[in-house]
Design a binder for this molecule. Structure first.
Ligand code: F6R
Length: 592
């Protein structure tokens, strides 16, 4: 949460570069944005509430700049609370991602020592603490980094901070918990919360580790251990993503672009992830218990994995939400396997809980999209999704990619991985067809008929149950229509009371053993006036609308995900919402 971008180097257009970088990072928070650059020995700042959109900067030319897009935690969404925050002298600008848990005590003490606060944020204490440390030391770049580390040691909580100092003309950063990537370009050094924003400048990255700090000068980056203050040799990794992958490439928004990328991603996984899936299957085979852990959409993938492992390979796996797994892990020990699913690899609820499992001796496997992410570095075994940058706040291609990896793994456990690869190819072909034939328009027409309804229900049984939850999440987070997913059998145990004439109800009805019972549920809601949208290979009397798809046995769930994504997308457009940046959300949830 919160996007961070900084540059120092030979170019004099730092304000424009930083603004552009923030536009790439806006999915991390869009309550406000701000940029700081030096001018005549003082910091000058431009900051505004709301989305960055097509904003342009009026800041003066500069060789160094630092910017931030905010997802508010402490203090309302106001210009005053937007980052960067300054010290009392105007020498330093600070931006921050995380929560300074001891900000109240620090603020009180700083006030007592004469500092003036102009915002309600926890961040501002960092600016004033750094002001004191810089005043004690000198004006050199080495003084700045030592002051940043002394300041950072005083902060409690999980934080990433970055500072711009007018005197040394350098940037400095430190992190614990929140991500920070450093980029080595030929014409300068960069920092960002996600390396996707750095790709058009460089693919040479250094991933700052926990409790490390960095000093960025025009010629290079020095990395430090915050605890000792000593330098560490920075590890430079060449990442595989390219800048083009992060562009809209002719699509009107990232949500539709990423929905359309799914066939390509599935084919790539079918071709390139067989060895990874076999290795993951080996870990499951050796483990005495397996836990699948994720948050939000990734939790739904974890739940789908539980069904896949049981149905395909006869293996029991437990699924848990990342935010709850920590409360369940006390019994974990050596021999247990935790498989963390996370697109970003930075979701703090997942990281925290699997770190706890690892401390107890469990093996940690990660299925993630982001090379070099915290989860990537923490895990004993990693499967990279290879889905390319996901810029829409909603997870779409990363969800079906996780399902694909889990499908391969379940079939690998049963010695039939080639069959799974073949199913993935077929799923890719089916999704390609659905995204280009009459079904896409048909889903838009359905959206047209229901977009004024405030409530929707989605039912599925067995492997379609997690898909019902995911369909509901996609619809509600982007269109703000209240959508609830249920296990089809649970309907008559209470939820059916909510059905009224015209209530849209989606029935996920694949050709498996769940179909007949699911259709009974669909009939029951229809009898009470619901409008039933059936998704499955075969037509039925229970359906008012029917979106058909090929029967792909265990890969049917992957195809089932698409109508929900499209319906959510069209509902959002019809209701006048930005599909890429739903209100109150941010991609990569790095605070609790
Ligand atoms: C929903 C969505 C979120 C994420 C969740 C976990 O569309 O994007 O629910 O799935 O925040 O994110 P990752 O996978 O990055 O751990």
């Amino acid at each position: 949460m919160c996007g961070i971008f900084g540059y120092v180097g030979a170019r004099s257009d730092a304000p424009g570069m930083v603004l552009h970088g923030l536009k790439q990072l806006e999915y991390r928070g869009y309550d406000s944005w701000g940029i700081a650059v030096p001018k005549d020995g003082k910091i000058v700042v431009e900051k505004r509430t709301g989305k960055i959109g097509q904003a342009e900067t009026t800041l003066p030319a500069s060789h160094v700049g630092l910017g931030h897009t905010r997802w508010a935690t402490h203090g309302g969404v106001t210009d005053q609370n937007a980052h960067p925050h300054l010290d009392c002298t105007g020498r330093l600008a600070i931006i921050h991602n995380g929560i300074v848990q001891n900000h109240r005590e620090l603020r009180r003490d700083l006030r007592d020592r004469g500092h003036t606060f102009v915002s309600e944020t926890d961040t501002e204490v960092v600016a004033h603490l750094l002001e004191e440390e810089c005043a004690r030391l000198g004006d050199s770049a080495e003084d700045l980094i030592q002051a940043v580390m002394t300041t950072f040691r005083q902060l409690k909580g999980l934080n990433a901070i970055a500072a711009l100092d007018v005197r040394s003309g350098c940037l400095a950063a430190a992190k614990n918990g929140s991500p920070m990537t450093l980029g080595w370009a030929t014409d300068g050094m960069l920092l960002a919360s996600d390396y996707a924003a750095l790709l058009e400048h460089t693919r040479q990255m250094t991933f700052l580790d926990e409790n490390q700090a960095a000093l960025l000068t025009p010629d290079g980056i020095a990395v430090y251990d915050v605890a000792t203050g000593q330098t560490i040799t920075p590890e430079i990794t060449e990442v595989s993503w390219s800048a083009e992958q992060a562009d809209l490439q002719g699509f009107p928004d990232f949500m539709s672009k990423e929905i359309h990328e799914q066939p390509h991603v599935l084919r790539r996984i079918a071709r390139e992830r067989l060895d990874d899936a076999r290795a993951l299957a080996g870990l499951i085979r050796e483990a005495n218990e397996t836990h699948l852990v994720g948050c939000g959409t990734a939790a739904h993938a974890a739940m789908a994995g539980q069904y896949l492992l049981a149905r395909v390979a006869g293996r029991r796996a437990f699924y848990a939400n990342g935010s709850e797994f920590g409360y369940l892990e006390k019994f974990l020990g050596p021999g247990a396997l935790a498989i963390a699913l996370s697109q970003s690899g930075e979701t703090i609820d997942v990281i925290d809980s699997v770190r706890g499992a690892k401390r107890r001796g469990a093996t940690l496997a990660a299925v993630t999209n982001v090379e070099g992410s915290t989860l990537y570095r923490l895990a004993d075994h990693v499967v990279l999704l290879g889905a390319g940058p996901e810029r829409c706040v909603l997870a779409t291609k990363s969800f079906t990619a996780k399902l694909a990896v889990l499908l391969l793994t379940a079939y690998a456990l049963d010695g039939r991985i080639e069959q799974a690869a073949d199913l993935l190819e077929q799923a890719a072909t089916e999704i390609e067809a659905m995204l280009s034939d009459w079904r896409r328009d048909y889903i838009r027409q359905i959206a047209d008929q229901i977009y004024l309804r405030e409530h929707m229900y989605i039912i599925g049984r067995g492997p379609s149950y997690p898909m019902a939850l995911e369909t509901a999440l996609k619809i509600k987070e982007v269109s703000y229509v209240h959508a609830e997913g249920f296990a089809g059998g649970e309907l008559k145990h209470g939820v059916i009371a909510l059905i009224e004439p015209g209530s849209p109800c989606i029935a996920l009805a694949p050709n498996d053993e769940t179909r007949d019972d699911l259709l009974s549920g669909a009939m029951e809601v229809r009898a009470r006036g619901a409008t039933v949208i059936g998704i499955g290979p075969r037509e039925d009397d229970a359906f008012d609308f029917h979106v058909p798809h090929a029967d792909l046995s265990e890969a049917s769930s992957i195809v089932q995900a698409i109508p929900g994504q499209l319906l959510g997308y069209y509902l959002a457009l019809l209701r006048g919402h930005d599909p890429d940046k739903p209100r109150n959300l941010a991609k990569s949830v790095t605070v609790k």
